[in-house]
Write a protein that binds this ligand. Sequence first.
Ligand SMILES: NC(=O)c1ccc[n+]([C@@H]2O[C@H](COP(=O)([O-])OP(=O)(O)OC[C@H]3O[C@@H](n4cnc5c(N)ncnc54)[C@H](OP(=O)(O)O)[C@@H]3O)[C@@H](O)[C@H]2O)c1
Length: 237
Amino acid sequence: MERWTGRVALVTGASVGIGAAVARALVQHGMKVVGCARSVDKIEKLAAECQSAGYPGTLIPYKCDLSNEEEILSMFSAIKTLHQGVDVCINNAGLARPEPLLSGKTEGWRTMIDVNVMAVSICTREAYQSMKERNIDDGHIININSMNGHSVVPQSVVHFYSATKYAVTALTEGLRQELREAKTHIRATVSTGRVLPLCWLCGWQRAGKFCGAEIWGSLFVCFFLGFLLLKENYKSY
Ligand SMILES: NC(=O)c1ccc[n+]([C@@H]2O[C@H](COP(=O)([O-])OP(=O)(O)OC[C@H]3O[C@@H](n4cnc5c(N)ncnc54)[C@H](OP(=O)(O)O)[C@@H]3O)[C@@H](O)[C@H]2O)c1
């Protein structure tokens, strides 16, 4: 991890859950992490915890509603001005609204598309452009997917969510192909989602509760990200 010390990672959805755990782990390993979400107060609290723990990196909280493109573009512009640019982009923010296909509300579907698909695509494009303009050839773009992005389960409340996560699978593969075509060594990776359902099995609920599943989830994500950052030839991505 040494060569990542001081380099800039953007973690979307860093206020709670997996995003908060990833942001913390990267700060612990010396990275400068811009953590964004709407609840910036929670990221500020996490940043203070990281500082009191004496972690070598820093967590920079940034308030951003990822369903608003202008806010995403302003965030990238602020990162460019204050920290040169993004070297690692972790598209973690995502949500599952319980809106079945036969009875769900359009607004809920639209929110899922905006955050799970559009924001991932906009952040990916902006992160790539940021790397390209600074001749960064070893960056990473990591999309946190789900098992629901690989199979459709018989649960009506997750069918639309599943469609957005299938989109993440397609976007990551498309990105991999475009990066290869551009002859860059920037890596695109999709999380397999094979271990994350542990969180469900162990009853990991929202509301920032810290339980066994969060520890398992954090351990997995830390291991996964560490593996990616250290072994950059992971798969062919
Ligand atoms: N937990 C699981 O079991 C599981 C399983 C498979 C895949 N995943 C995937 O893993 C990722 C993280 O899941 P999680 O369980 O950690 O989620 P979570 O606890 O619900 O946290 C979601 C994060 O996304 C942020 N977010 C949501 N809407 C946003 C918006 N409009 N603008 C900015 N930030 C927004 C939230 O922050 P604010 O509300 O403060 O904005 C929060 O930080 C998601 O992509 C999810 O699909 C999770």
